[in-house]
Design a protein around this ligand. Structure first.
Ligand code: NAD
Ligand code: MG
Length: 327
């Protein structure tokens, strides 16, 4: 009884804190948390958006409008009680939405992010702790193999094990021509999006007991690449592909492997070089729903793929594309 009261109090505190940091989109989704049906076209902000750009990797806290990661809307029900999760790119975007949802579902959560993203990470850590769950902050650059191996070791040590691995961090930099993709660009995209998941999953696998899951963030770009995302799009096809090979390899070990394939989602990735400035203003306009997705709209997908209820889902890709880009 006392525990419930304390948790309720902390949740109220978290909602208060989140209201202060979340944008108007979050306020709109609050109604949904109370059971109302909402029109998906008008549930979240639509283009045109204010022109904006930030130096890579960008901060969610400086975007206008602020992305909605479910700070005020996600309601948990113990679906991941006692689980231990590591999420790369957990400071913002889809990774933050998953971190908030996992904590509200009863999991302890370690997040990785770049040191420049400390302000965003700080907010996520506070939101996880407000649920009475353990939050572990593990900043560092995933392009370094030794860091990736140490990241897994530190997460396992701090969490006391690992049973959910979300390989979500990604690098996307728009270049209108292959002629403008430097060797350094190409290498950074491959290191972040292909090598890092290889290093991390290889290090994590010995720790994953039957019932554990790996979730990788791929993209609509895996199926329908944009001309200005030559290097990025092929890494997302590779991600979709490794989800399927590892599901076959790890199935006999009782470990599930799945992917999430978002369409256009309003995150720092897009306003820090992922989309051209012109594209930022009209971001999401081509989607049949007429707007970009918000990270909060994918939180439940990550939960679904992580929870035991989804036990026959492996080797699959779950889309959230607003009506475009899927096979
Ligand atoms: P985001 O900017 O919020 O998240 C990306 C994260 O990647 C950053 O927060 C950063 O912490 C991390 N990262 C990048 N390079 C890193 C490095 N070298 N070392 C450590 N961390 C690094 O944006 P997001 O859109 O939520 O991106 C999450 C995933 O979603 C990415 O894999 C991205 O490719 C994918 N995705 C995004 C969209 C979209 O429209 N936003 C669409 C499809 C797929
Ligand atoms: Mg970030």
């Amino acid at each position: 009884m006392e525990k419930t009261t304390r948790r309720q109090a902390m949740t109220v505190a978290a909602l208060g804190a989140a209201t202060a940091v979340a944008g108007p989109a979050a306020a709109q989704t609050k109604a949904q948390a109370h059971g109302g049906m909402q029109d998906p076209r008008s549930k979240h902000p639509k283009p045109p958006f204010p022109a904006q750009s930030q130096p890579w990797p960008g901060l969610a806290s400086r975007m206008n409008p602020r992305p909605d990661h479910g700070e005020t809307s996600y309601v948990g029900s113990g679906r991941l009680s006692g689980r231990k999760a590591l999420i790369t790119g957990g400071d913002s975007g889809m990774g933050r939405a998953a971190a908030i949802a996992f904590a509200r579902e009863g999991a302890d959560v370690a997040i990785n992010y770049l040191p420049a993203e400390e302000p965003d990470a700080h907010e996520v850590v506070a939101l996880i702790r407000a649920e009475g769950r353990k939050a572990v902050a593990l900043p560092g650059d995933l392009r370094d193999a030794a860091f990736c191996r140490g990241l897994v070791a530190n997460a396992v040590r701090e969490l006391g094990g690992l049973d959910i691995l979300v390989s979500n961090a990604g690098r996307q930099q728009s270049r209108s021509s292959i002629a403008e993709v430097s060797d350094e660009d190409f290498d950074a995209t491959m290191k972040t999006n292909i090598y890092a998941p290889f290093w991390i999953i290889k290090a994590a696998q010995p720790h994953l007991q039957p019932g554990s899951v790996i979730i990788a963030t791929t993209s609509e770009q895996a199926y329908d690449p944009s001309p200005d995302l030559y290097d990025y799009a092929q890494t997302k096809a590779a991600t979709m592909n490794f989800v399927k090979s590892l599901a076959k390899q790890f199935g006999p070990k009782g470990i599930r492997v799945n992917g999430v394939a978002p369409g256009p989602v309003w995150t720092p990735l897009q306003i820090s070089g992922g989309a051209s400035e012109g594209k930022v203003v009209t971001f999401g306009a081509t989607a049949p729903l007429g707007r970009p997705g918000q990270p909060a709209e994918l939180a439940g997908i990550f939960v679904r793929l992580a929870e035991d209820d989804g036990s026959y889902t492996t080797g699959n890709i779950y889309g959230a594309g607003g009506g475009q880009g899927q096979p």
